[in-house]
Write a protein that binds this ligand. Structure first.
Ligand code: NAP
Ligand code: G4F
Length: 341
């Protein structure tokens, strides 16, 4: 019998890559979808008709219990979240509910459906759980590079909500013996990345300027540093983490860090443009509190999972620029079907 996986956040960047990866591994893949006439659901149906869909929302405990009962998964990947950091200041309570409390509701759905309690811990055949934790939890970093033991100092309501979900995942492992793991993933990008995130905003902006569709690109803090990798590599790590005999948490990143300025230089160079002629600084895009520097120490994942990234920063940015140039030249729009290559 095929193994079954249930993915929350399946309409997002990582959800689609993970679903493709698990299908290629022979899994029966189920995706949690929400909302009425959500355009990302029809895009998902067209892209991956083999994925089975079940309705539910991380805000709705009963719907998650029903989804787990219906999908009867061996593995649950909790990728659903409000994931755009600036939005977490504008809608802090909602971010706490979805990105933080949503983890509690998903863990409870698994616990209830598995019949696990404080006196009856998990047994063989239990549902394994992956939580999408984030390097944003390190925030104002205490050391560089950051590893699994680096303390957290989150700088946004999003980072705080992720820290809650992270500790709760550890707590359910320790309280109920659940096979629950957190992947502390550093920024990962792709041609499918949402256009609100800086990499895609820059590659799409460079492509628009190259094709004469725009003349300038407005950006915030150019000095922030991130460890950027390729999303297709990172979903392999999620799967690997759930296959180990003992549940543990892992940092996933490349170990290389670049400024936003270097990202801009790389993207505009890939499009054959001089970035200084087009990029305009915009104070309104700076954040109330910034994460200045992220850089992963992925030694544990390399040693214990055998995980390695396969795409360099330069290859990633060139891949995204090429994809955006193709998309716009074909008359596509980034938020429509064609933007998911
Ligand atoms: P994304 O593209 O923003 O996708 C977010 C997903 O969450 C979407 O499928 C969205 O579905 C779903 N969602 C939002 N609110 C929900 C709710 N109330 N109930 C159920 N689902 C809901 O994010 P991503 O980049 O794929 O990231 C996946 C996960 O990894 C997120 O948890 C993110 O915080 C975390 N993470 C990402 C990175 C990164 O660099 N990409 C790094 C570290 C951690 P709708 O279509 O219904 O809106
Ligand atoms: O691309 P970003 O919006 O990603 P951020 O805030 O690092 O968060 C992403 O990575 C996290 C992992 O560390 C995830 F957990 C999270 O869900 C998300 O996927 O911004 C990156 C940097 C920031 O320092 C920001 O201030 O780029 C800087 N930046 C400068 N100008 C900008 C802009 N960011 C955006 N989005 N837009 C700008 O115009």
């Amino acid at each position: 019998m095929s193994r079954r996986a249930l993915i929350t956040g399946i309409t997002g960047q990582d959800g689609l890559y993970l679903a493709e990866h698990l299908l290629s591994e022979g899994y029966d893949v189920w995706g949690l979808i929400r909302g009425q006439a959500n355009p990302r659901v029809s895009r998902l149906r067209r892209h991956l008709p083999d994925v089975r869909l079940v309705r539910g929302d991380l805000l709705d405990q009963g719907s998650l219990i029903s989804a787990v009962e219906k999908a009867a998964p061996d593995e649950v990947y909790n990728l659903g979240a409000i994931s755009f950091v600036p939005m977490s200041w504008e809608q802090a309570e909602l971010t706490g509910e979805v990105t933080g409390m949503g983890v509690l509701r998903m863990l409870e759905a698994i616990r209830v459906c598995s019949g696990v309690s404080s006196t009856r811990t998990g047994a063989q055949g239990q549902i394994r759980f992956y939580q999408a934790s984030s390097s944003e939890m390190f925030g104002q970093v205490r050391e560089t590079p950051q590893n699994e033991r680096t303390p957290f100092h989150p700088r946004s309501p999003y980072g705080v909500a992720k820290a809650y979900g992270h500790f709760l995942t550890q707590n359910y492992r320790e309280s109920y013996g659940m096979h629950a793991v957190s992947g502390i993933l550093f920024n990962h990008e792709s041609p499918r990345r949402g256009t609100e995130f800086v990499t895609r905003k820059v590659t799409l902006g460079a492509a628009r300027i190259k094709l004469g569709l725009a003349d300038e690109l407005r950006l915030g803090n150019l000095e922030a540093r991130r460890d950027w990798g390729y999303a297709g590599d990172y979903v392999r790590a999620m799967h690997m983490m759930l296959q180990t005999p003992t549940p543990e948490d892992y940092v996933i990143g490349t170990g290389r860090t670049h400024t936003v300025r270097e990202l801009v230089q790389a993207a505009f160079a890939a499009a054959g443009l001089d970035w200084e002629r087009h990029v305009v600084g915009d104070r309104s895009l700076h954040r109330p509190a910034e994460v200045d520097l992220l850089c992963a120490d992925p030694k544990k994942a390399r040693a214990q999972l055998g995980w390695e990234p396969s795409v360099s920063f330069e290859e990633l940015i060139a891949m995204m620029v090429e994809s955006d140039l193709r998309l716009l030249a074909d008359g596509g729009e980034p938020d429509q079907d064609s933007s998911w290559p």
